[in-house]
Design a protein around this ligand. Structure first.
Ligand SMILES: Cc1ncc(COP(=O)(O)O)c(C=O)c1O
Length: 366
């Protein structure tokens, strides 16, 4: 049982289609799989953006694609950093040639949007980027106010929603997100290997106005969409790279299952699972690191009690077929990270974890 920060266990139906008969990536049947994937992914992101696809590569490929397509040498970017994954966004923006200013918060905390506004008032930026669900600290950064501030200051707004997508609403169009990148292997419940992204009209306009050639060939959105189909153009799909056919079957099936369940039901299930887990932790005398006001439901950072050996507990769980993760960076040895994602956002499965944890802790304290 994969209760780490991802991958989560894929739904059994998703695993089944990995073995479906292979077709070529330009086969007419596969074109229909691509079309269905784009339209289901738009519904998941809450957008009408044409440019919405699973990029080949993990979540990082999608995020790096966003930075390399939207930023050029000489551009300015402001990145909100509430943990390790915010730092990575800043690093990607830097490698795209931008001058990056970070706005940082202590571990477990989030950024007051007024601080982003202050930064933009000091000097304009082309892009503001944030991590919605910070997997290293379990904190959720609300998006609405930062989106509005970015727009008011004529900056693009890019979001890492790798951990949030399909577990809490992302609502790209309603919030006003210009580009977002996620992954297949967490709350979506597909195997790792794809990086779902969406680019809105303001992002596409910025790409079309680039002064320099996009420095990546593989992740160049203009080239990738020669294969996925240009907006309004006839679907004469040209080869760019060989699409990962089996991974896309699985991704497509995961999307179908998400929409069969219904987004509000799925979000409620992740929230209820979190509440069930927190109540169970309380009964074991365990607490969460992240303040309740901005806790994520799908990623729980659990304080390791005094005198309990982090590694021994995690190995004892592994021996029972259960994975949880170590704390990240400064939280290593002090906290565990427990993901309740996709099929694992389920009280019956969570009880298996809680029962195992109880047994192991009692044995260790003896
Ligand atoms: C918030 C966040 N951003 C980015 C990534 C990188 O995604 P991937 O491992 O799919 O490349 C992760 C992975 O855990 C993440 O949690």
């Amino acid at each position: 049982m994969l209760f780490g920060p991802g991958p989560s266990n894929p739904h059994p139906d998703v695993v089944d289609v990995l073995g479906a008969p292979m077709v070529g990536h330009l086969d007419p049947y596969f074109m229909s799989v691509m079309d269905g994937t784009m339209s289901d992914l738009r519904r998941l992101f809450g957008t009408t953006n044409h440019h919405t696809i699973p990029m080949s590569g993990t979540g990082s490929a999608g995020l790096e694609g966003i930075m390399l397509n939207l930023l050029e040498p000489g551009d300015d970017a402001v990145v909100a950093v509430i943990g390790y994954f915010g730092q990575r966004l800043a690093e990607m923006a830097k490698r795209a040639g931008a001058t990056v200013r970070t706005v940082e918060a202590p571990l477990g905390q989030i950024i007051d949007p007024a601080r982003i506004e202050q930064e933009l008032k000091k000097k304009q930026a082309k892009l503001v980027a944030v991590v919605h669900a910070e997997t290293s600290t379990g904190a959720c950064q609300p998006l609405e106010d930062i989106a509005r501030i970015a727009r008011d200051h004529d900056a693009l707004f890019a979001v890492d929603c790798v951990t949030s997508l399909a577990g809490i609403p992302v609502d790209v169009d309603a919030v006003g997100i210009d580009a977002a990148g996620s992954c297949s292997q967490k709350c979506m419940g597909a195997p790792p290997g794809l990086g779902p992204v969406t680019f809105g009209p303001r992002a596409i306009a910025a790409i079309e106005k680039r002064r320099t050639l996009c420095p990546t060939w593989y992740l160049d959105i203009s080239l990738v969409f020669q294969y996925w189909g240009k907006e309004g153009a006839p679907r004469d799909r040209a080869f760019h790279h060989t699409a990962p056919v089996a991974s896309l079957y699985a991704f497509r099936r995961a999307l179908e299952l998400i929409h069969e369940e219904g987004l509000p039901n799925r979000y409620a299930r992740h929230r209820d699972a979190h509440e069930h887990f927190v109540a169970g932790l309380g009964a074991l005398g365990l607490s969460l690191f992240t303040p309740a006001e901005h806790r994520l439901p799908m990623l729980n950072v659990v304080n390791i009690p005094e005198g309990v050996d982090d590694v021994r507990v995690r190995f004892a769980l592994l021996e029972r077929g259960i994975e949880i993760a170590a704390g990240f960076g400064p939280l290593k040895g002090k906290a565990w990270r427990v993901g309740l994602m996709g099929v694992n956002a389920d009280p019956a499965r969570i009880d298996v974890l809680l029962d195992a944890l109880e047994e192991i802790l009692v044995a260790q304290r003896r």
